[in-house]
Design a binder for this molecule. Structure first.
Ligand code: PBG
Length: 300
């Protein structure tokens, strides 16, 4: 299990209204929360920053600021918990005043190739701060090869790439965008994220990512896309990750808060289904909770 964690600037943490049970942590509290999860057996975290509005720009410069929120968080985590695997998200949406994962032209198009240069700077900044794995979630074409080249050239051969290989243009990301205030200001993400009706495109993306040097392939969302996980499982020998996203989390949380479903059993079954489909690792907001249940012997 990989535990996605949100963070923000300052000493205060804040509960996330759209994701009950999740918070945007201060760096200090992030280190504590990640440490607790790690002590329970969670091997890895992935970080998502809430960036202050006045730092968001059309060219997203803040994404590669070596003194930015993410590099400082990586350093703090690695210093305190050296055995915790720290994964970072590579995409521009938290930093971009347009709210898109890529740079946007004056006429509203996503600038694929120009974006890749910025993503490379961002990935390099994370590697320099000590990230173990960088995880491009932007869906630009060609970014895995470009990031691999830059990392290798700068001496970061050991930093791995977990690529969002099959990331669908999904309505299930809504609560996440609320958590980070990162929804697109105009348009949608359908020109770079995938068409939910298209399964074969995932195989094309997988072939490209494999050729470009991805170490791990991800399918996202997870629950509504179990067939895609299985297709990729049959098409590659690379490890496959699946992301049980914010909307999947919220559906379970709200049904259980109403007393309509048994939270522990439903969470475990939802993860088991993703595992059965062929995922080797699962990104889930339930990671710490599940590790706790496991520790208590309650997952039998
Ligand atoms: C954006 C990103 C998103 C998520 C992870 N990275 C949202 C999006 O593509 O709009 C969603 C995760 C979730 O919903 O839990 N780079």
């Amino acid at each position: 299990m990989i535990y996605p964690l949100f963070l923000q600037e300052g000493e205060q943490s804040e509960a996330i209204g759209s994701m009950p049970g999740c918070s945007r942590w201060s760096i200090t509290e992030l280190v504590r929360e990640a440490g607790e999860a790690h002590a329970l057996g969670v091997p890895a975290v992935v970080l998502f920053p809430r960036i202050a509005d006045d730092l968001k720009t059309p060219s997203a410069e803040e994404c590669s600021n070596p003194d930015g929120l993410i590099p400082r968080a990586i350093q703090a985590l690695k210093e305190t918990h050296p055995s915790l695997t720290v994964i970072t998200d590579v995409a521009l949406d938290p930093y971009n005043s347009d709210g898109h994962d890529g740079l946007v032209s004056v006429d509203g198009r996503i600038l694929n190739d120009e974006t890749i240069d910025v993503l490379c700077e961002q990935a390099l900044c994370h590697a320099r701060a000590g990230a173990d794995i960088v995880s491009p979630s932007d869906m630009m074409d060609g970014r895995v090869a470009a990031i691999r080249d830059v990392l290798d050239a700068e001496g970061f051969e050991d930093v791995s790439i977990m690529s969002y290989t099959a990331k669908y243009a999904s309505a299930f990301y809504g609560p996440f965008r609320g958590a980070l205030d990162s929804a697109p200001k105009s348009g949608d993400k359908k020109t770079y994220q995938m068409d939910p009706a298209n399964a074969r495109e995932a195989l094309r993306e997988a072939k490209l990512d494999e050729d470009e040097g991805a170490d791990i392939m991800m399918v996202k969302p997870a629950g509504p896309y179990l067939d895609v996980i299985l297709r990729l499982r049959n098409a590659t020998i690379l490890p496959i990750a699946a992301y049980q996203v914010s909307g999947e989390y919220l559906m379970i949380k709200s049904a259980c808060a109403g007393g309509w479903l048994d939270e522990k059993r439903v969470v475990l079954e939802s993860l088991l289904g993703i595992r059965r489909a062929g995922a080797d690792m699962i990104l889930t907001y339930f990671a710490k909770q599940v590790a706790q249940w496991h520790r208590d012997g309650a997952t039998k």
